[in-house]
Design a protein around this ligand. Structure first.
Ligand SMILES: [Zn+2]
Length: 190
């Protein structure tokens, strides 16, 4: 994969409205099933319209505030497709006009792991929580674990959404994001 061709860049203004999207956004959005998430449908909208879950918004609030204070910040995140775990570095920079630019740079890709699920987890309508960073699911008995096989991953994240799902952040990712945000150099090494 050609790394530079996969960079996605976007900017928000002082009111957190998206002012610019560059790079491979449209093809990325299509691959991930976001057929209505084309550049023209996103420009001018609030960043917060695209983040799901109160915990996730709280973490992004910290991140955005920290970039405005510090000028730059880098952190890692994961955004999977049905077949692959994909890792990214997000480089965030405050520009001279006060806008924040986010550049999402691919940092690695691996096949999705073989799963751990809880055999005692009954198939119910209970709400599952997905970590928005590592995409693990909080199962009732085992706690945070990889999703169970591609069919189930699709059932949870794809069309045909079969279990009610909400988004949050697991303890590991919360700790890691906070460490990265608080890195005094602005750029974490992880
Ligand atoms: Zn996580």
């Amino acid at each position: 994969m050609t790394v530079n061709n996969d960079v996605i860049t976007y900017r928000i203004d002082n009111n957190d409205r998206i002012t610019y999207i560059g790079g491979v956004w449209d093809s990325f959005a299509q691959e991930n099933g976001g057929k209505n998430a084309t550049v023209n449908n996103i420009l001018g909208r609030s960043l917060w319209d695209f983040l799901e879950g109160e915990d996730v918004k709280r973490v992004y609030r910290l991140i955005v505030d920290e970039i405005r204070n510090k000028g730059k910040l880098k952190f890692s995140f994961r955004c999977d497709s049905p077949e692959f775990q994909r890792f990214y570095d997000l480089h965030c920079t405050k520009l001279a006009n006060g806008e924040i630019e986010f550049a999402s740079i691919p940092a690695g890709i691996t096949a999705r792991q073989t799963e751990v699920t809880d055999p005692h987890d009954p198939i119910t309508d209970a709400l599952l929580v997905a970590c928005s960073w590592c995409k693990r699911i909080r199962w009732p008995k085992v706690g945070w674990a990889e999703t169970s096989g591609i069919p189930e991953f699709k059932a949870i994240f794809g069309e045909g959404h079969s279990r009610p799902l909400t988004h949050g952040i697991c303890d590991d990712c919360y700790g890691s994001v906070l460490t990265q945000i608080r890195n005094p150099n602005g750029f974490a090494t992880t």
